[in-house]
Design a protein around this ligand. Structure first.
Ligand code: URA
Length: 236
């Protein structure tokens, strides 16, 4: 396995960042500073250290989708003592969430112990689409949709443009589909705040080709091999 992939899978950083760490001479393989970016290692035999810490790959990789309910924080331990998504997940191995959903957002969240996989989903260069269903009170005007699609300005900064589609309305509430491929903090909420609309419910239903489907709130389900390969391509 390539050294940068090994480091990334252990959760050190993205492969590109790991190349930088190798170039900085911070990686030791079998007692010698790794001096080549293309170096391959035998993950079962070789001893790899970063900044003095010995690394080993998890015995088994775990990939789960979770339907996060509202009222759960995406953190291992919440400083305000709130419930966290890890209260919902039974696992013997240490997992981490890939990206975040706000405390009051629900829907699809991926949880894993594979750092390389997490980086593939998160890295802006892969521009993985995320789709949300936004529920607002009342109806939406064409002019508001046009502003959202063009990219609203928040505190002088233009938010990236989004694909926004009308889904349904019963007159009282309206549902919209919003697709973004950048993950700025609170991006969807800030977009709607900028046009003066309050989001009643925000739910993520898709990350790339991975869909929430009919997963019940608070439940997890392993990703299929196909879903994992969709992100990992031929590299795993
Ligand atoms: N955008 C938001 O505003 N909140 C989320 O939780 C996700 C995307």
């Amino acid at each position: 396995m390539r050294l940068n992939k090994f480091l990334s899978s252990c959760g050190i950083a993205s492969r590109r960042k790991c190349d930088e760490i190798i170039s900085q001479g911070r990686v030791i393989v079998n007692g010698k500073v790794a001096d080549s970016l293309g170096l391959s290692i035998d993950e079962n035999k070789d001893r790899v250290e970063v900044d003095g810490k010995v690394l080993c790959l998890p015995k088994e990789f775990v990939y789960l989708k979770l339907n996060k309910p509202k009222g759960y924080a995406c953190t291992a331990s919440d400083e305000r003592g709130r419930k966290t998504i890890f209260d919902l997940i039974k696992s013997d191995v240490r997992l981490f969430n890939v990206g975040r959903l706000d405390y009051d957002t629900e829907g699809l969240l991926i949880v894993t112990n594979d750092g390389d996989f997490a980086n593939k989903i998160m890295h802006p260069s892969f521009a993985i689409e995320k789709e949300y269903i936004v529920t607002i009170e009342g109806e939406i005007k064409e002019s508001e949709l046009a502003v959202l699609r063009k990219g609203v300005v928040v505190n002088g900064e233009r938010m990236p443009s989004a694909r926004v589609k009308f889904v349904s309305t019963d007159g009282k509430f309206t549902k919209l589909s919003v697709v973004i491929d950048e993950g700025q903090n609170h991006q969807v909420r800030r977009m709607f705040e900028a046009i003066g609309r309050d989001i009643k419910l925000l739910k993520r239903i898709r990350i790339g080709k991975i869909r929430l489907g009919g997963l019940y709130r608070g439940m997890t389900k392993p990703l299929t091999r196909q879903e994992i390969d969709y992100f990992m391509g031929e590299n795993r």
